[in-house]
Design a binder for this molecule. Structure first.
Ligand code: NAP
Length: 349
C-alpha cells in the first residue's frame, strides 16, 4: 500500500517529537514534512533536535535530514498532525484546513467549536459526521478534528463503559498531572522538585466542559451536550510521564463492584476497525491495591490505555477509583494519530 504522507506542525515540541517517534515504522503513514516556528525553520531536524530530543529512543533516521519548514499551507502531505503551541495554533490550523488539508490537532483552540469533532475513537466516532457540516459552513475544502485535553481523554475512556451501562449523573475528579504535560522546557525545576503545584491554568474548566461535548448526541447538524455535573481539581506533580486521576461517580442506575469491573473489562468498541495504534484493551483494570502507578503502568498498551484500579464504594457519590493515562501518548501524540487512523478508515483522507 502506498503510504499516506503526513506533515507535522510543532514537530520540535514534546508532543511533536512523540508523533515523530510513534510514526517511525507506521504501516499506513510516513512523515514527509515537518514544520515549526521561524526560530527553528530552515535547519535540518537533527540540527535543531540533537540537543533537545527528550523522549528516549534516537531521532528516527527518516526525519533527521528533513528541513524544518515554516507553517505555511504549501506542504507536500495528505494530512496535517498539529502539535502547535496554542498561542499560534488557531490561525495556522485554519489556514491549512482552508487550503484543503485534513488537520488532526492536539491544540485546545478549536476543541469547543460547534462544528469541530472533539474526538476519541472509542467514545464518539459518530461525531465525524460534523466534518461535512464544518466544510459546508466554512466553505473549506479541508477540515479540523481535535483531541480532547490530555486529562479529559483518559477520564472519558474510563467513564464511557459506565455511561453506556449505568448512566452517569455526577463526577468529581482530582488530577495529579505529569511535568511533561506543560511542554518544553515547561515548569521551572525549582518549582517542580519536592513539590505539588495546585493550579494548572484553564485545566479544570477543560475537564469540566469537554466531556459534555464528547458524550453529546449528534442531532440536526449539531452536537447537543450531555448534562453531567463534573467538578475537577488539578495539580501538577513531579512525575515525568503519566497523569493520575482520583475519580468519584454518581450513576443513574444501581450496580455493584463486579458489574463495574465487568463493564470496564468488556469495553472494546472499535476492535473490529483494526486501527494500528488502537490498544488491544482500551481499559485495563488492575486488582492490586497499590496500582496503577506511573512508574509501573504508564506504558501499558504502548501508552494508549486508561489504566484503572482501586474501585470501591464512595460515601458521597456511588463509586470511586483511580485512573492513569500517558499524557504524551494517549493524551496527545498517540490520540492524534489514532484520530487520523479513524479518518483514514472512514475515507476522510
Ligand atoms: P511545546 O513543547 O512547547 O512545543 C510547541 C511547538 O509549537 C514547538 O514545535 C514550537 O516550535 C511550535 N511553535 C511555537 N510558536 C510557534 C510559532 N509562532 N509558529 C510555529 N510554530 C510555533 O508544547 P507541547 O507540550 O509539545 O504541546 C503542543 C500542543 O499540544 C499544545 O497546544 C498543547 O497544549 C497540546 N497538548 C500537550 C500535551 C502534553 O502532554 N504536553 C497534551 C495534550 C495537548 P519551535 O521549537 O520552533 O519554537
Amino acid at each position: 500500500m502506498k503510504k499516506i504522507k503526513v506533515g507535522v506542525l510543532g514537530a520540535t515540541g514534546v508532543v511533536g517529537q512523540m508523533i515523530i517517534h510513534l510514526l517511525e515504522n507506521h504501516p499506513w503513514f510516513e512523515i514527509s514534512e515537518i514544520a515549526a516556528s521561524e526560530r527553528t525553520s530552515g535547519k535540518t531536524y537533527a540540527e535543531v533536535m540533537d540537543a533537545r530530543w527528550s523522549i528516549g529512543n534516537e531521532i528516527p533516521e527518516t526525519v533527521r535530514d528533513l528541513v524544518v519548514k515554516d507553517c505555511n499551507p504549501k506542504l507536500d502531505c495528505d494530512i496535517i498532525l498539529s502539535a502547535l503551541d496554542s498561542s499560534v495554533a488557531f490561525e495556522i490550523e485554519e489556514k491549512f484546513a482552508k487550503f484543503g488539508y485534513p488537520v488532526s490537532t492536539n491544540a485546545m483552540n478549536h476543541r469547543m467549536e460547534e462544528d469541530v469533532p472533539l474526538l476519541i475513537p472509542e467514545v464518539n466516532p459518530n461525531h465525524l459526521g460534523m466534518i461535512k457540516i464544518q466544510k459546508e459552513r466554512r466553505g473549506w475544502t479541508g477540515f479540523i478534528v481535535a483531541n480532547p485535553n490530555c486529562s479529559t481523554i483518559q477520564l472519558c475512556l474510563a467513564l464511557k463503559p459506565l455511561y453506556d451501562s449505568f448512566g452517569i449523573e455526577k463526577v468529581m475528579v482530582t488530577t495529579m498531572q505529569a511535568l511533561s504535560g506543560a511542554g518544553y522546557p515547561g515548569v521551572p525545576s525549582l518549582d517542580a522538585i519536592d513539590n505539588v503545584l495546585p493550579f494548572i491554568k484553564g485545566e479544570e474548566e477543560k475537564i469540566e466542559t469537554e466531556p459534555l461535548k464528547i458524550f453529546g448526541s449528534l442531532s440536526n447538524k449539531k452536537i447537543i451536550p450531555e448534562s453531567i455535573d463534573i467538578s475537577a481539581q488539578c495539580n501538577r506533580v513531579a512525575v515525568k510521564y503519566g497523569h493520575m486521576e482520583s475519580i468519584s461517580v454518581k450513576l443513574s442506575n444501581t450496580t455493584d463492584k463486579d458489574g463495574i469491573i465487568k463493564a470496564f473489562n468488556n469495553f472494546n468498541p472499535i476492535k473490529n476497525l483494526c486501527l494500528p495504534s488502537a490498544p488491544k484493551n482500551p481499559i485495563i483494570y488492575l486488582h492490586n491495591d497499590n496500582r496503577p502507578q506511573p512508574k509501573l503502568d504508564v506504558d501499558a498498551e504502548n501508552g494508549m490505555a486508561s489504566i484503572i484500579g482501586r474501585l470501591r464504594k464512595c460515601n458521597i457519590l456511588d463509586y470511586k477509583f483511580t485512573v492513569l493515562g500517558h499524557n504524551l501518548i494517549r493524551g496527545a501524540a498517540g490520540g492524534t494519530i489514532l484520530n487520523a487512523e479513524l479518518l483514514k478508515v472512514n475515507n476522510y483522507i
